[in-house]
Design a protein around this ligand. Structure first.
Ligand SMILES: Nc1ncnc2c1ncn2[C@@H]1O[C@H](COP(=O)(O)OP(=O)(O)OP(=O)(O)O)[C@@H](O)[C@H]1O
Ligand SMILES: [Mg+2]
Length: 446
């Protein structure tokens, strides 16, 4: 991509309405534009990150054996009356009437819709286990939309629903989700800690939230520092294995980690003092096991192996895809701008031409661009007629993890400069060595 032909409306001034770094940086880097309170347009750069996050979510769900689909944003009130949630949900639900006077709503979540699909087609335990999910826009008329995409009214969410013949099978689904979520966040360069949580309006008795530690988080969190040492890394997981999933969940839920809603001071005090941490966190996902709450209310049953008709056991599992864009920036930025983790960066590498119009510099930049593309990477080439300082400032603001800088002096000596956004360190090397180094970094990602 050539920056001269791209749409990157960066802002010079810091927008006054933005209270936290991620919101400020998303506006300044031309990633989003507010359409209404809590409702945003995703400009090209923001859209690229959203799609990267979405792709990781899809890949990890596929690995866990969960099946993608797509349900509509608008739902019929009828289904929500069956579950009893139409009246219970309150003013966060956006209620709409069509020209026939039928009550509709913009879905804040999809338990009813998916249960209706399930009960229409599945009748036997032989079709289970089954987990269906989609990534779709949701609407919740939040009292105080704020912090940009972190607490929007319209937001993009992955929500998945497991259907199982009994409690044990459903708990395996719960564990599978926890493991797949841990992998998902790790690939995004995030440390998201599973914390025991309250169930809220979804209802249920087993639930964990995943929290990214950040000063600006809305939840107060209490945890044992030991949990931040855990990583899955490149560990291969057999999602079909109940033992393996359970073991990972046990490992990750053994250290104390809770939000203020479920905090237990006595248990917390029992942790050695040097490991006790109090902080704030951003909720980037939540998993629930709620048993037969919806299946009983809505008549979603299967016959089990003994021929008995039983309500199906369910859980629901969400990832805040659009919130993650803000959460990643909260966790990874500096005073110059965003610092994207390689897993979600909108472009893999920036190319800065210090002497646009100089035949040798232009040719070298084009060669780098082509070589990166040949490696399957997406470079962003700043080919504008701009001062070097302005080009560097833009690259630092939009946070691409790697930058290759091309100038006349280096080209005369056969070198370019490769710079890491994270460390700020630069190294001179040949054009092809720089391309290889960048390609190597991305090849090594899990
Ligand atoms: N208003 C919102 N804007 C952006 N993302 C959201 C919003 N509400 C929820 N999410 C994301 O969707 C995920 C799954 O939804 P869930 O129903 O668990 O949300 P929630 O617990 O109501 O969120 P919160 O407590 O932050 O209001 C959350 O973990 C969060 O990452
Ligand atoms: Mg939640």
């Amino acid at each position: 991509m050539r920056l001269s032909r791209y749409f990157l409306p960066v802002l010079k001034e810091t927008p006054a309405e933005a209270q936290i770094a991620s919101h400020r940086l998303m506006l300044r880097a031309g990633m989003i534009k507010q359409a209404q309170a809590g409702i945003y347009s995703w400009l090209p750069l923001g859209y690229r990150v959203l799609k990267k996050i979405e792709a990781i979510v899809h890949e990890e769900q596929a690995r866990a054996g969960h099946i993608p689909m797509l349900m509509p944003t608008l739902q019929s009130a009828e289904l929500w009356r069956e579950s009893g949630r139409y009246d219970a949900y309150g003013p966060e639900m956006l209620r709409i009437t069509d020209r026939q006077g039928r009550d509709m709503l913009y879905g804040p979540t999809n338990e009813e819709l998916i249960t209706d699909i399930f009960r229409s087609h599945v009748t036997s335990y032989r079709d289970l286990p089954m987990t269906l999910y989609h990534i779709q826009w949701k609407f919740r008329d939040e009292v105080r939309p704020r912090f940009g995409v972190m607490r929007g009214r319209e937001f993009y969410m992955k929500d998945g629903y497991n259907f199982d013949v009994d409690r044990d099978a459903a708990l395996h689904a719960y564990n599978r989700h926890m493991v797949s979520y841990l992998r998902t966040y790790e690939r995004m360069g995030l440390k998201a800690i599973p914390m025991r949580a309250d169930s809220g309006p979804i209802g249920g008795d087993d639930t964990h939230e995943f929290l990214v530690l950040a000063e600006t988080g809305e939840s107060e969190v209490f945890y044992d520092a030991a949990i931040t040492d855990l990583t899955l890394g490149s560990r291969e997981v057999d999602y079909a294995s109940e033992e393996e999933c359970r073991a990972i969940v046990e490992e990750w839920t053994a250290p104390y980690a809770r939000t203020d809603e479920t905090h237990d001071a006595a248990l917390f005090e029992a942790i050695p003092e040097d490991r006790r941490r109090t902080s704030r966190g951003i909720e980037v996902g939540q998993i629930f096991y709620f048993g037969t709450k919806y299946s009983e209310a809505m008549g979603a049953t299967v016959t089990n192996s003994k021929g008995e008709v039983v309500p199906v056991h369910m859980g629901s599992h969400g990832i805040g895809v659009s919130r993650l864009v803000g959460a990643i920036i909260e966790a990874s930025h500096d005073d110059k701008g965003i610092v994207w983790p390689e897993g979600v960066t909108p472009f893999h590498c920036g190319i800065v031409n210090l002497r646009q119009g100089d035949a040798a510099c232009d040719a070298a930049c084009e060669e780098i661009e082509a070589a990166l593309e040949a490696q399957g990477l997406e470079p962003l080439y700043d080919d504008r007629e701009e001062r070097a300082g302005a080009k560097f400032a833009t690259m630092d603001l939009i946070g691409l993890p790697w930058r290759i800088t091309v100038g006349p002096r280096g080209i005369a000596a056969g070198t370019v400069e490769l710079t890491s956004r994270r460390t700020g360190e630069s190294e001179e090397m040949s054009l092809l060595a720089a391309v290889d180094r960048v390609a190597e970094v991305y090849r090594a990602l899990p």
